[in-house]
Design a protein around this ligand. Sequence first.
Ligand SMILES: Cc1cc2nc3c(=O)[nH]c(=O)nc-3n(C[C@H](O)[C@H](O)[C@H](O)COP(=O)(O)OP(=O)(O)OC[C@H]3O[C@@H](n4cnc5c(N)ncnc54)[C@H](O)[C@@H]3O)c2cc1C
Length: 483
Amino acid sequence: MSQLVWFRSDLRIHDNPALFTACQQAQQQGSGVIACFLRPLQQWQDHDWGQNRMRYTERCVADLKEELEALHIPLICLDVDTFKEQIPTLLQLCTLLGCEQIFANEEPELNERQRDQALIPLAEQAGIRCQLFHDQSLLPLGSVLKNDGMPYRVYTPFRKQAQQLIAQQPVETFPAPVPVISEHQQEVQNQVAAQVWDQLGLSSFQPETYADDPVQQRWPATEKDAFHLLEAFCGQPINRYKVQRDFPADAKGTSLLSPMLAAGKLSIKSCWRAAEQISLSDPAAAESANTWQGELLWRDFYRHLLVLYPELNRYQPFKEETKQIRWRDAPEDLQRWQEGKTGFPLVDAAMRQLKETGWMHNRLRMLTAVFLSKYLLIDWHEGERWFMQHLVDADLASNNGGWQWAASTGTDAVPYFRLLSPYRQAERFDAQGEFIARFVPELAKLPAKQRIQPKGYVQGYPNPMVDLKEGKERMMTAFKAIK
Ligand SMILES: Cc1cc2nc3c(=O)[nH]c(=O)nc-3n(C[C@H](O)[C@H](O)[C@H](O)COP(=O)(O)OP(=O)(O)OC[C@H]3O[C@@H](n4cnc5c(N)ncnc54)[C@H](O)[C@@H]3O)c2cc1C
């Protein structure tokens, strides 16, 4: 009899409550552990995942397979199109492998939660117990509530309450499990697992590493690298985070851990604990480490919102009245924004960074999102989708939260009349035009001031596509029309 661990967005062996508990129970019962990953390619596409996110996940699975092998746990990788198909596949797997328990970690998104809720009774009918664990946030999803039991809509009081709860009950992490069975037993299990694929008539897949994909090669996808990166960030850059995090040219200004957090290669709790250690060991760095923890809590905030406001999962704005906004249908303008040809250097550099690297700096995500939804008055859903399709760290909660913040349709969003000017942002955060020069070669030879705001025509570079003053007025009219 074995325990089945179902990996989803928790592709690691350290601080993995489902895996840890499964191994612990297997040890007590003298049984083995088998793991599976069911790749729902169609569902991912329906959720707007692009190639960058899908390939990154696959690389994380490849590493997980190796990590699990060292624990004598085989990982069965199967292709299933949709979440709906995952359930019968999982039950079939349990029957064939003789598993009476499924272990998995909770996910915050609605479709994922609905799938899990559908699985539990069906598994029970088949005599299989399904256990779900709190994993994806610092505090259990949906548990940070006001005194009257209502959800927080504003980040700052949410953060204070979350910090208070954490002070009462410190964040704990799980160690990696120890191997529960011998290599010989594993051999036997591997043989069983291999037969399963044939019997199920499902296609197994061998996770690839995409060595020739330049985007993938930028982003480490192993658990060891995740810890190295976290360690390296906490070793020095975290001390400067408070002052450096807004400067996109500084490659060490932020942690760059978002792809690993999105795929669950690294847990949010491990990040929190690492920052806590820094605060304890180096009081001078505490303030900066605390700022970083504040960003980890933004991530938590958006995850709690997804759970507490299901409409956010259905492409709805948080502020109902903003459905009245008459966004412009302007496909050519949208395309110029997507291609980084707006004629505003910092916006273009950011959009090209996204295309070239699969990632964009946080300040620039804010800037480009405000530019699209406010200055161009194009529906934020278009931008949200484009980001999902290109980001290696694409994540519904943070992406939706960020877009609704920028478009002023969300909870605790930027007031609609407060814009981020592309020129002013460049003056403040890329004063030497260093970042612009990196991604917009047409402007690289110009003096810094000209790079930020070219005077007159520059060969090969477009003129500004919108008059900022007119764009702002158009947006103000649209928002003021809301009843
Ligand atoms: C329009 C828009 C879209 C976004 N889309 C995504 C997305 O799809 N996936 C994603 O992971 N983040 C998204 N973010 C949040 C943020 O931009 C990235 O998490 C951050 O840039 C990642 O870089 P880092 O790992 O170096 O962050 P650090 O500054 O080192 O922060 C550490 C971690 O905290 C979390 N975090 C930091 N800032 C935020 C934030 N504002 N909101 C939520 N979590 C945060 C991330 O998990 C990040 O890895 C979006 C922000 C905006 C404004």
